[in-house]
Design a protein around this ligand. Structure first.
Ligand code: ADP
Ligand code: MG
Length: 588
């Protein structure tokens, strides 16, 4: 059953299932146009359609031969107000040199570069291409194949006057704007130096991240990096005189040799427990935020090109109200007043502390070995408990074991490192391996001083959370009902079948396309039988990742008619964990 619905494919001539909006009495789709189906014929047909009823556009579906490239009309909107139609431009030879695509990292970077160029070129037209913000993430809209072909997926608002076709405008867009775009992306036409520098920069970032483990680091922040952003709603670098470029404390400075930039220096954040302290407004959260984003590669000029974190780092926060499905939170939560078994904990409405505990246990379950935590978004009662409170509320009345008692065993026994921002309490002095103080955005190594203020602290025990086995039938995008339903509402909600998945607190979703991508990944987990009812969640994610490495981002697409970008396994897991229909059938 799965994957057999093929809406919008050329194979199906009739039927209203693929149309939007509904309303009875839908007319059968027009037969696809026959003939040479080349550029000249497309032009002629579009001009002939002038004034025809809007539904005639559907006859355009399929391939059109433009000589250098093929234009495929994949999906046609039902009316001028519906979401854009979808076209694909496939150009087998755009002159892209092997050096720009043979290596998968450079291929991703060059495709991203060309996508951004396409976006500029299409400004003011009816064509729209999805491109990234400050991050360089594999996406469906602009790809280079292993053979060096250029493959673009573009949205187009097919023009109409009311419910009548505006064929002249459509002809201009499809028969002039599109070929101009294809020409403009020709390797001979682009700024090759800039394209190379873009790919070099991304390759350096990837090399830098890959070098962390051997050096015993979980993150690196280059000297000179620009961490603050322009504003709360702009991810572009802050500019102007007030910006303080990053400068590592001497004691933490390391130097790394990169393939293109050569030697760079910066602050190495060692494995273990790193505490970031400092007064309010001194740049703590800004530093942590840069580390959260350091799992992604940034465009040249972003300021964070050389700020990297291990690829598996997960931001942890409290998230009151989320659902939790049979998570083993026993390291953090013991003897609840309800008597619930906390190694098999389920709730429709987690508290601040239990949600944060679940977030930590789920991150570790999905394979993260670096946790990023900011006091600004944590549940205080899960982070610390001071002596006076312990004196007042006795151990057996307090189900929570604070993170401060678990953070050392997490590292010592399970190699899970933590980078933690905490300006409001000295409790973590007791457990920190290094302490960095931000003073007016300048980092200082204050480990020695913090150690002299530390107390003895007895650790609690951290046993790895039990691995869960998921019922694939509980992860349903409505495939069973014959109609997949998958879409995104802003950066807030992933609509998956009948469920709204609240992803507002999943902070490492950085690109709208990744949210759609996560929905597609959930679907792929089920359809590809990675989730088979026997594998654990982590094993299913491994299996999906392998398939993605093999087939690339299009593995997720299939018959999906929209843009998406690649999420990490951790965000896929996060989406799954927030799915309210999720059912866990067992724990191992
Ligand atoms: P904290 O978490 O320590 O309270 P924030 O990281 O929220 O502080 O930063 C406070 C303000 O300082 C923010 O507006 C931020 O953009 C700005 N800021 C952070 N780092 C720098 C820097 N290196 N140069 C200039 N401004 C910065
Ligand atoms: Mg802060």
């Amino acid at each position: 059953m799965a994957g057999q619905r093929g809406s919008g494919g050329q194979g199906r001539r009739y039927g209203g299932g693929g149309g939007r909006g509904g309303g009875g009495g839908r007319r059968p789709e027009p037969e696809p146009i026959r003939g040479k189906r080349d550029e000249a014929q497309l032009s002629e047909e579009l001009l002939k359609m002038q004034g025809a009823s809007y539904g005639r556009y559907k006859a355009l579906k399929g391939d059109w031969d433009f000589g250098d490239f093929t234009l495929t009309v994949q999906r046609v909107q039902a009316d001028p107000f519906a979401p854009p139609s979808r076209i694909r431009l496939f150009r087998p030879d755009a002159g892209i040199p092997a050096s720009a695509y043979e290596d998968p990292v450079r291929r991703r970077a060059t495709a991203d570069y060309l996508g951004r160029r396409a976006r500029r070129q299409l400004k003011g037209s009816l064509l729209k291409i999805d491109t990234g913000g400050q991050e360089v993430i594999a996406r469906s809209s602009c790809q280079i194949t292993e053979e060096g072909a250029l493959d673009l997926r573009i949205g187009v608002d097919l023009p109409g006057h009311g419910r009548r076709i505006d064929g002249r405008t459509a002809e201009r867009e499809l028969c002039h704007t599109v070929p101009e775009l294809a020409d403009d992306l020709d390797w001979d036409e682009i700024d090759q130096e800039e394209a190379r520098a873009f790919a070099d920069s991304v390759a350096d970032t990837v090399a830098l991240r890959a070098s962390l483990a051997d050096r015993g680091l979980v993150a690196f922040v280059a000297d000179g990096a620009i961490l603050p952003r322009r504003s709360g709603v702009s991810d572009e670098p802050m500019a102007g005189q007030g910006v303080v470029p990053f400068a590592s404390p001497e004691s933490l400075r390391v130097s790394v040799e990169l393939p293109h930039r050569g030697t760079v220096t910066g602050m190495g954040v060692p494995e273990g427990i790193t505490l970031i302290v400092g007064g309010g407004f001194h740049g703590k959260s800004t530093l942590l935020h840069a580390l959260e984003r350091g799992v992604y590669d940034h465009v040249p000029g972003d300021g964070r090109e050389l700020v990297v974190t291990t690829a598996d780092a997960v931001k942890i926060r409290a998230e009151e109200g989320r659902r939790v499905e049979r998570v083993d939170v026993s390291p953090f939560v013991r003897n609840l007043p309800t008597g619930a078994d906390t190694s098999d904990f389920r709730t429709e409405n987690a508290s601040g502390s239990t949600s944060q505990a679940a977030n930590i246990c789920e991150a570790v379950e999905a394979g993260s070995r670096t946790l990023l935590v900011d006091e600004d978004s944590t549940a205080t009662n899960l982070m610390i408990r001071d002596e006076r409170m312990q004196a007042l509320v006795h151990g057996d009345r307090e189900p929570l074991v604070p993170f401060v008692d678990l953070v050392r065993p997490l590292h010592r026994e399970h190699r899970v490192s933590t980078v933690l921002v905490m300006g409001g309490s000295g409790d973590y002095f007791d457990v920190a391996d290094q302490v960095v103080m931000l003073d007016a955005y300048h980092p200082h190594d204050v480990t020695e001083r913090a150690r002299s203020l530390a107390h003895e602290r007895e650790d609690a025990e951290f046993t790895l959370p039990r691995a869960r086995v998921v019922d694939p039938g509980s992860v349903d995008d409505n495939t069973a009902k014959g109609r997949s339903k998958l879409k995104r509402r802003d950066m807030d909600v992933l609509v998956f079948g009948e469920s709204d998945i609240d992803v507002r607190s999943v902070e490492q979703f950085v690109d709208p396309g990744q949210i759609t991508g996560a929905g597609l990944a959930l679907r792929a987990l089920v359809r590809g039988r990675h989730l088979d009812g026997a594998r654990t969640l982590a094993e299913a994610l491994d299996s999906l990742e392998e398939a993605l490495a093999e087939e690339g981002v299009t593995l997720l697409g299939g018959d999906f008619g929209g843009d998406y970008a690649l999420p990490r396994r951790h965000e896929v897991a996060a989406a799954l964990n927030r799915l309210r229909t999720l059912r866990v059938t067992g724990q191992r």
